[in-house]
Design a protein around this ligand. Structure first.
Ligand code: SF4
Ligand code: SF4
Length: 723
């Protein structure tokens, strides 16, 4: 500011009386107090208050569990550039996203100006680095527009909150009182900050203009409009406006700074750290305790999260970083179908708990059990670990690891729903959740018609193969799903792969067991399978089950490379090894349903679509929720053994989405999706209008073969799919 005066020649050219009148805030007097002293006190008090509040807010983080987040700094910086600075996820909700990007970018631009303004109160000689000269004028012009944009965005955001009331901001009665008043109050404070800054600047320029000194303001900006409005005001009025606006600006700034850690606006401070320390590896589950190896787990006294302090510091930082935008719950299938789970409120409840039990004034209170306190058991079991919430969150807040940790705590306390207990016991004794005999594991290969078309090797020491087909429990034992296993085996054979299965030596992959919180059982299954796979001597693994795929890829260690069958098919179709016939029924319209553990957790979206598009004549449509916004079918693995309270099934919703897209066949690439979607078709009475088929089955039907063996399979699949 001072530099600007000098820039326009104010000091040199103006009569001495003007120099006396138009002093900087540091030079002026407020209620007999020197401005310099007053603003020094305000600055020191404001900063001290802020530091104290933040230190108090950090208390639980210091007491929280360990969380190792210092690895791969370059990757983390890349994430920071993309998701924090680049606001990558915001445009997924167009209006709110654009408003947020404008506010964020403007805040970044205004940061230097805000700092300069504060210093101006204590030093009239302060010059913003880089501000003299043309660069300074350009910066002033940009920040004039930035302040205007922020002011306008605050008004728009307040109108949206109060008038249009987007459903995702609403707070259902069971979750307490709404957050509208707090949100609008904060918007008003930010608007006031922009307004006071602009009045400060406009009054100065209007004052100078009346003295015949031109000063530049960006045309149509808020300061420019205010300057025009002030043009006929008297000099004393402009001077008082100028001094008053500065005081209001500084007080509003520090009030806002110290008020933010009490609510959703705390994310302004925490988001940078939250994004930098975000989880880097998709599809994984955090260890029971960071820094404690699997071998040392028997020395751990309790598992999982039971009390608030059992959360890791990063998960607590997540609670502080939530902007309460509601995107996670808006995309959560459990919330959509009325299960007692809304991820947004998992966070809000935990944050309220932290505020209450770690108050800014007073000592931290005793901790209480979270389950039965702020969370219910059903709430935590309702999650399908689909990942839609995490995919949507612009601040990269994590849910699955927290939910798994809460489940680990419940499992440790013996709080497991009866239906799941039964499945877990069967897994422990038989290695599969159905309690079926191990020796029947390979029975799906004994179908007579199938054996005429494909001979599946059992890798039991007598036989060896390059490729292992890891079948997993549901494909091995479920009568309907066995057809997917047979289709997969035939495709592997047609692709010319030398493959085999482990048969009785293969146990459940343990994918869902781990995500249901039974870590020790998972580790037993993992260790058994790891030995069996290594002993088989295979060089690669293929599976048709995305849950097994995810487990082998992320939960197991030191295995040969793993692929999902859709990847194998896509590659072999591209290479020309697999050729596909023209679609059998040209009237069918197909919609591909992205399984959560193939899509969101492993980013395989294109291969299945490439395969479908390689079938000549096949008509394909996309559902409104597809790819990374796919809607979970209801969950796999142990979810099949758990019936939460809900208003309707997720699968039914998914079938409706396919019908709305104009499809009459849903193609999926996961055995659990198949069970849930076929069930949903029956439940919703749509057997005549809709069918479901697995990608492997569809490809198996259309492969160009020398021998006529495809006929057997076609009959089998068409019967199931009803297509
Ligand atoms: S993982 Fe899926 S079901 Fe679980 S809270 Fe997130 S969106 Fe909801
Ligand atoms: S967790 Fe993320 S998506 Fe959900 S309300 Fe908070 S900021 Fe929004």
């Amino acid at each position: 500011m001072i530099a600007e005066h000098e820039e326009i020649g104010f000091k040199e050219e103006a009569p001495s009386i003007m120099v006396e009148i138009f002093q900087t805030p540091a030079q002026t007097t407020y209620w007999l107090t020197s401005g310099r002293v007053l603003f020094l006190i305000i600055n020191l008090l404001g900063l001290a208050c802020f530091a104290y509040i933040v230190a108090k807010r950090l208390t639980p983080l210091v007491r929280g569990e360990r969380d190792i987040r210092l690895d791969r700094p370059l990757v983390r910086l890349g994430k920071l550039a993309q998701f924090w600075l680049g606001q990558w996820k915001h445009p997924r909700y167009r209006t709110a996203g654009i408003i947020h990007i404008l506010i964020f970018a403007s805040f970044i631009l205004l940061a230097t100006r805000a700092f300069s303004l504060l210093i101006l109160g204590i030093s009239e000689n302060f010059v913003t680095p880089g501000s003299p000269g043309e660069a300074g004028q350009i910066y002033e012009m940009i920040t004039d527009y930035a302040a205007t944009i922020v002011f306008a965005c605050m008004v728009i955001a307040a109108v949206r909150r109060v008038v249009f009331k987007p459903a995702r901001y609403e707070v259902p009665a069971k979750y307490g009182k709404g957050h509208k008043v707090d949100a609008v109050f904060l918007l008003a404070l930010i608007a006031l900050l922009m307004l006071s800054e602009s009045v400060f600047e406009a009054s100065k320029v209007a004052f100078l203009a009346q003295q015949g000194h031109a000063a530049f303001l960006a045309a149509l900006s808020l300061p420019w409009m205010l300057k025009n409005a002030f043009s006929s005001a008297s000099l004393p009025a402009l001077w008082n406006l100028h001094r008053g606006a500065y005081l209001l600006d500084v007080l509003t700034f520090y009030f806002l700074l110290c008020y933010r850690p009490f609510g959703i606006q705390f994310h302004v401070e925490t988001s940078l750290f939250n994004v930098y320390f975000a989880k880097l590896d998709r599809g994984t589950v955090k260890p029971v305790r960071w820094g404690v190896s699997d071998e040392q787990l028997d020395q751990v006294k309790t598992f999982g999260v039971k009390m608030f302090e059992d959360f890791t510091w990063k998960h607590m930082l997540d609670f502080y970083s939530c902007a309460d935008c509601g995107r996670c719950s808006d995309n959560c299938p459990a919330n959509t179908v009325g299960r007692p789970l809304s991820p947004r409120f998992l966070t809000i409840k935990a944050r309220d708990y932290a505020f209450q039990h770690f108050p800014v004034i007073g000592r931290a209170n005793n901790s209480h059990a979270l389950i039965g306190g702020i969370y219910s058991e059903d709430e935590i079991w309702s999650c399908t670990t689909c990942g839609a919430c995490e995919e949507e969150c612009p601040l990269l807040i994590e849910y699955i690891d927290k939910i798994v940790d809460l489940r680990r705590g419940m499992v440790d306390d013996g709080n497991v729903p009866k239906s799941i207990q039964k499945a877990l016991k069967a897994l422990e004794s038989r290695g599969n959740p159905y309690g079926k005999m191990e020796k029947k594991k390979a029975d799906w290969t004994k179908d007579k018609d199938f054996q005429q078309t494909c001979n599946v090797k059992l890798l039991n020491g007598d036989n060896t193969a390059e490729t292992l087909y890891f079948v997993d429990s549901i494909t091995s034992y479920d009568d309907r799903i066995q057809a997917i296993g047979r289709a997969t085996a035939r495709i592997l054979k047609d692709a010319g792969l030398n493959f085999g299965i482990l048969g009785a030596a293969e146990k459940d992959s343990g994918h869902e067991v781990r995500r249901f919180g039974e870590e020790m059982l998972f580790q037993a299954l993992r260790d058994h399978n790891t030995v069996a796979i290594k002993e088989s001597g295979v060089k690669r693994i293929v599976t048709s089950d995305p849950h097994a795929f995810n487990a082998l890829k992320h939960d197991y260690k030191d295995l040969p490379p793993v692929e999902h069958i859709s990847q194998v098919i896509a590659r072999e179709v591209k290479s020309g090894k697999l050729k596909l016939n023209h679609v059998e029924n040209g009237n069918n319209v197909y919609a591909y349903h992205d399984p959560c553990y193939l899509g969101r957790h492993n980013q395989i979206y294109d291969d299945p679509r490439t395969v479908l598009d390689a079938i000549p004549g096949l008509k394909r449509v996309e559902m409104s929720r597809c790819r990374d916004r796919s809607f979970c079918c209801g969950g796999g693995g142990l979810m099949l053994f758990y019936e939460p309270q809900e208003n309707e099934r997720m699968g039914v919703k998914r079938v409706q989405m396919a019908a709305e897209a104009g499809a009459n066949v849903i193609v999926t690439a996961c055995p659990f999706c198949m069970v849930n979607i076929e069930d949903a078709i029956k439940v919703s009475g749509m057997e005549e209008k809709m069918a479901a088929i697995d990608l492997a089955e569809l490809v198996d039907q259309h492969i160009v073969r020398q021998s006529p063996h495809a006929a057997e399979n076609e009959n089998e699949v068409l019967t199931h799919a009803g297509a």
